[in-house]
Design a protein around this ligand. Structure first.
Ligand SMILES: O=c1nc[nH]c2c1ncn2[C@H]1C[C@H](O)[C@@H](COP(=O)(O)OP(=O)(O)OP(=O)(O)O)O1
Ligand SMILES: [Mg+2]
Length: 198
């Protein structure tokens, strides 16, 4: 039975979200901690999709099971879509606090109604035979001036979801996993998944 997938991410927050979503579907999630092969992947693609493919491909050849990678980021309208594909290293290195501070400083003085943003996720799954599935998800929200909440990771404390009257960091993992860009990408993925998975 083909029921295992490797989630190729070094981000524990993402891994926990994917685990919850796939385990509900009876799919066993393996992480990079379960394999010896620690590859350093340079995310130098020009799009979310290219970066997700680089990550999935980096592991798909050596591991005998399907590999899923996500490349995601925050696109702020008033910043012409920045930080976008550079979300993880916006303030120089992979530091959530510094990235959030940079975003807040760039948005300084911009009023609430102009602080709209999209969280985007592109997910690529590669099988050992090279076949792949690509899916996307988007979540609209607004960037607060002051962070709220302690859950989640990354830009979650700044990302306010109007319909829930909460930031992503004020939601439980279950709540976030019902609406997030990553959850929506997986929903999109699952439309074609069974056929791909056979
Ligand atoms: O739900 C989210 N809630 C908050 N922040 C988020 C989310 N989704 C992506 N983000 C931010 C985190 C990181 O700054 C960048 C993704 O960068 P990205 O390269 O895809 O992920 P990563 O480097 O953390 O882990 P990895 O590449 O090993 O999967 O966007
Ligand atoms: Mg990354």
């Amino acid at each position: 039975m083909n029921n295992e997938i490797l989630i190729a991410t070094k981000n524990d927050g993402k891994l926990k979200e994917f685990k919850q979503i796939f385990e509900q579907k009876g799919i066993v999630v393996k992480s990079l901690k379960d394999i010896n092969d620690d590859v350093e992947i340079v995310e130098n693609g020009l799009s979310f999709e290219e970066n997700a493919r680089l990550k999935a491909d980096g592991y798909a050849k050596s591991i005998g099971i399907p590999v899923l990678a996500d490349d995601s980021g925050l696109e702020i309208d008033a910043l012409n879509g920045r930080p976008g594909i550079f979300s993880a290293r916006y303030a120089g290195d992979h530091n959530d606090a510094a990235n959030n501070a940079k975003v807040l400083s760039e948005l300084g003085g911009i009023p609430d109604e102009k602080r709209t943003a999209t969280f985007h996720s592109t997910v690529v799954v590669r099988k050992p035979d090279g076949s792949e599935l690509v899916a996307n998800g988007n979540l609209r929200g607004r960037i607060l001036a002051v962070p709220r909440g302690d859950n989640g990771f990354g830009y979650d404390p700044l990302f306010f979801v109007e319909a829930k009257n909460k930031t992503l960091a004020e939601m439980t993992r279950e709540e976030k996993n019902k609406i997030s860009h990553r959850a929506l990408a997986i929903e999109d993925l699952l439309v074609n998944f069974d056929k791909f998975w056979e």
